[in-house]
Design a protein around this ligand. Structure first.
Ligand code: UGA
Length: 439
């Protein structure tokens, strides 16, 4: 049998740390590289700098095997066979486009050390055409190093599961050799039946943004239906359930509410539009503008509901916000609808107190002027109204009667359509959810 491949993972944020630990778990020697010394020190100690269920245990276990190490020194990857690029591609400060600075510097930093015959495999989400452009640059600085693109589809909160049991593997390659190297890395997943899709570089890049655009479209579609249900007196949760039984539609990602946030969906659809514009194909993606607009409108609609329940002038009210993370099981607050709404309500003059089981530290960094509570009880005490904005399990399990004893006004807005309405109504609450008639 041939010698086991050595792997480097460049960028040890959310994606990179998960990828490094999971590839080590597949039995490979992995070196994780990042320019952030604090992040490297933390990972080397077995401490995750963010919250992700199951990844902390996996990290500790893989460090113990001796297969997984972390460094800031790119030269340490000189003997690696595959270099995975896992750095971020956030939205640019001054446009809708993706900021490719980190991807470009990752390639520039690794190129002088990458040994002849090794493969660089990009996992970061990039605008279509990036891999071809970077290949041309690489051909000059490291002519015997090939570039492939291997997009990542993991979800926060399920990162380990999605990496070790993905629903497909997609590789954009320009040679059989590159495909075979990646097949060797993912052999155990392929053997377990994971569909393997070989594509050219642009298609591989597009698969990722197309998938995220589709998911965003599904969410905005149901949120548009929620608006119609509100106008017509219908119930979007029943509507979603009913259409979801059609297997061509499917029931997942039809949870109406305050819309999508996070570090991926919002910036990916915007970067996709920006790239389509450059390609002279914007007409094809015009609909994504509407998807984005519906999503942003969902946040505003919650604020309108609060005004409708209390008054136009919010200055006299104390509002309790349950949830700061962009979704449950995550401490990520990037473009979080919950936090955005909390900040807007505070800007409207109300006194807002936010609770979240995991995301308070990150939320504080972003909005230091908001008030934060460490317990749900502290958050809701004396509140005129509660907004449920991130559907953590602990919020679903709250006792409406126990909470009622603490608040000033028993009004709850369910921004995620995740609470048991009957339970709250029976306990004497006014219950207002997006896309449903308030009761
Ligand atoms: C998303 C994709 O789901 C992953 O497949 C992809 O790999 C990832 O982006 C990425 O590009 O890296 P993630 O950002 O972790 O994953 O979050 P999702 O689970 O997709 O949720 C995104 C947002 O949509 C959240 O704010 C969530 O609350 C919201 N959402 C989701 C809804 O409002 N309704 C739904 O029915 C589903």
């Amino acid at each position: 049998m041939s010698k086991k491949l050595k792997i480097s993972v460049i960028g040890t944020g959310y994606l990179g740390a998960t990828h490094a630990a999971c590839i080590s778990n597949l039995g490979f020697e992995v070196i994780g590289i990042d320019t952030d010394q604090a992040k490297i020190d933390s990972l080397s100690r077995g401490e995750l700098p963010f919250y992700e269920p199951g990844l902390d245990e996996l990290l500790v276990a893989e460090l113990k095997t001796g297969r997984l190490t972390f460094t800031t020194d790119f030269a340490a990857a000189a003997d690696a066979d595959v270099h995975f690029i896992c750095v971020g591609t956030p939205q640019s400060k001054d446009s809708l486009a993706a900021d490719l600075t980190y991807v470009e510097s990752a390639i520039t930093n690794i190129a002088p050390h990458a040994r002849s015959g090794s493969l660089i495999a990009g996992k970061s989400t990039v605008p279509v055409g990036t891999a071809q452009r970077l290949s041309a640059i690489l051909a000059k600085s490291a002519p015997n190093v090939e570039l492939a693109w291997n997009p990542e589809f993991l979800r926060e909160g399920f990162a380990v599961e999605d990496t070790l049991r993905p629903n497909r593997l997609v590789v954009g390659v320009t040679s059989d050799k590159a495909e075979n190297i990646l097949k060797e890395v993912y052999k155990s997943l392929i053997d377990a039946g994971t569909p393997w899709i070989r594509a050219d570089l642009p298609t591989a890049e597009l698969v990722k943004v197309a998938a995220n655009s589709f998911l965003a479209t599904k969410i905005s579609f149901i949120n548009a239906m929620a608006e119609i249900c509100e106008a017509a007196g219908g119930d979007v949760t029943v509507l979603a359930k009913a259409i979801g039984y059609d297997p061509r539609i499917g029931s997942r990602f039809l949870q109406a509410g305050i819309g999508f946030g996070g570090g991926c969906l919002p910036k990916d659809i915007r970067a996709f539009m920006a790239r389509a514009e450059e390609l002279g194909a914007m007409q094809a993606l015009e609909f994504l503008r509407e998807i984005d607009a519906i999503n942003v409108r969902a946040r505003q609609r919650v604020i309108d509901v609060v005004r409708g329940e209390l008054s136009e002038d919010l200055t006299q009210y104390r509002l309790a916000v349950l949830g700061a993370a962009f979704k449950p099981d995550s401490d990520d607050v990037r473009d979080s609808p919950a936090l955005d709404i909390a900040a807007q309500l505070q800007a409207a003059g109300s006194s807002v107190v936010v609770h979240d089981p995991k995301a308070i530290a990150n939320a504080k960094k972003r909005f230091p002027n908001l008030n934060f509570a460490t317990t749900v009880e502290e958050c809701v005490t004396g509140a005129d109204l509660i907004l449920h904005l991130t559907e953590w399990r602990e919020y679903r399990e709250l006792s409406p009667s126990a909470i009622k004893a603490l608040v000033k006004g028993a009004i709850i807005i369910d921004g995620r359509n995740a609470l048991d309405r009957d339970k709250w109504v029976v306990a004497g609450w006014r219950f207002h959810a997006l896309g449903r008639t308030p009761v």
